[in-house]
Design a protein. Structure first.
Length: 323
């Protein structure tokens, strides 16, 4: 059994992923209005990065995702760093998550009735659109010049460095189009990455990827790869998740991960969240139960969800929680 299957089994059939990372850094006072977004904290506020990981572990997350979503080598070079420094910061993102996991696990083992699982650390890799810092992870429009080869070149070194930093998983997050899915699958093969991966898409209509392309077409690409253990969606409004799980279930036998955002909408130009009516009478955790029943085995939250959200999700999915 692989590490993920083992964790899912230990968690009683559904593992809990953490919640919004960048937005929780912001809630703790970090300024992430920056082209590097949350990765700016790797330079300026690494202690806050670790604190957010700790908050999600305490809330009951079985999987924590590193702070590297928008941490890229070209992004750090544009900040005036050397290549060594840029690669060092990528490693630091994984190191901070591993340290938080290990410290939290050690403290848990000292308790007489441990209620937690030893969490896994997923190294985050955001899309090319995240690096562009213009909200294009929600449009999937990368322009006519972008090719699969260019996307592979963009992702290659970061993937090598993060995979070598000792995470349990690689989490490709908010992938908005089919070309990028193809590039990632080819890259995992070319680099012969041994760390299991998930590829999660973003959607703004609940029926297609953000680009308008079909889940069925993308799943065909992912199904052909043994390097991709888990498929799913993240940073997508919660009201669309149940329908997407049903669609994914038809298209794949791989495990399904879902970690939607709060339903608020990101204004990529103004760089702020706009409120939206979306949950109706249902709470996020009540929806999480339905996502489990629909067939997702890894469930958490993305932007604007918080440790309280994850505590409630953990409680409803496992009947137990942190404090
Ligand atoms: C998931 S979105 C809210 C991330 C932020 C975006 N890449 C930006 O920098 O504007
Ligand atoms: N893991 C990232 C995803 C952003 S869409 C975060 O939560 O900040
Ligand atoms: Zn998000």
């Amino acid at each position: 059994m692989g590490v993920v299957e083992e964790l899912v089994a230990k968690a009683g059939g559904c593992a809990v992923i953490d919640g919004g990372f960048a937005t929780q850094l912001e809630a703790l006072g970090a300024d992430i209005n920056d082209p590097l977004w949350s990765a700016a904290c790797l330079i300026a506020k690494p202690h806050l990065v670790k604190e957010v990981h700790m908050q999600y572990l305490e809330a009951g997350a079985d999987i924590i995702i590193s702070s590297s979503y928008q941490a890229t080598i070209p992004g750090f070079l544009a900040r005036g760093m050397t290549l060594d420094e840029a690669e060092g910061l990528l490693r630091t993102s994984v190191k901070l998550a591993l340290e938080a996991r290990d410290e939290f696990w050690k403290s848990t083992l000292r308790k007489s009735k441990p209620i937690y699982n030893r969490a896994l650390v997923a190294a985050s890799i955001g899309s090319y659109g995240a690096y562009l810092a213009d909200g294009s992870e929600y449009s999937g429009s990368y322009g006519a010049d972008i090719t699969t080869e260019k996307l592979k070149d963009f992702h290659r070194r970061r993937l090598q460095v993060l995979a070598g930093a000792g995470p349990d998983l690689i989490a490709f997050e908010a992938i908005p189009n089919k070309m990028e899915a193809q590039a990632l699958v080819e890259l995992l093969e070319e680099e012969n990455i041994q760390v299991p991966s998930w590829i999660c898409f973003s959607s703004v209509d609940g029926k297609h990827l953000c680009s308008g392309e079909s889940f069925a077409d993308c799943l065909q690409i992912l199904n052909a790869s043994e390097k991709v253990s888990i498929v799913g969606v993240n940073c997508t409004p919660p009201q669309f998740i149940e329908g997407i799980i049903c669609e994914l279930r038809k298209q794949t036998k791989k495990a399904i991960a879902v970690y939607p955002n709060s339903g608020e909408i990101w204004d990529g130009r103004a760089k702020r969240w706009l409120s939206a009516e979306c949950l109706g009478h249902k709470s996020f955790d009540a929806l999480a139960k339905r996502w489990q029943e629909a067939g997702a085995t890894l469930i958490g939250g993305c932007c604007r969800t918080t440790p309280s959200t994850i505590r409630a999700v953990s409680k409803i999915l496992k009947g137990r929680t942190g404090h």
